[in-house]
Design a protein around this ligand. Structure first.
Ligand code: ZN
Length: 64
C-alpha cells in the first residue's frame, strides 16, 4: 500500500494542504499560489503576501 500524501503546511494561509508547490523548500498550496498570481499590487492582500514571501526570499514568484 502506498503511503498517503499528508500534505504540508502552506506558508501563506498556514493551513495543511495536500496540493501545492514547493519554492525554496517552502510549501505554498495550490489555492494560494493561484491567488498570488492573480492579486493586483493595489490589493492589501498582495502586500501582505509579498511581505511573507520576502521573508522567505521568494518574491521571485511574483511577476509584478
Ligand atoms: Zn495556502
Amino acid at each position: 500500500m502506498e503511503m498517503s500524501v499528508k500534505g504540508d503546511c502552506c506558508i501563506v494561509c498556514e493551513k495543511v494542504k495536500k496540493e501545492g508547490i514547493y519554492v525554496l523548500h517552502s510549501f505554498i498550496c495550490l489555492q494560494c499560489e493561484q491567488e498570488i498570481v492573480q492579486l493586483e499590487p493595489e490589493d492589501p492582500a498582495y502586500r501582505e503576501t509579498v511581505k511573507k514571501l520576502r521573508k522567505l526570499n521568494m518574491s521571485g514568484l511574483l511577476s509584478k
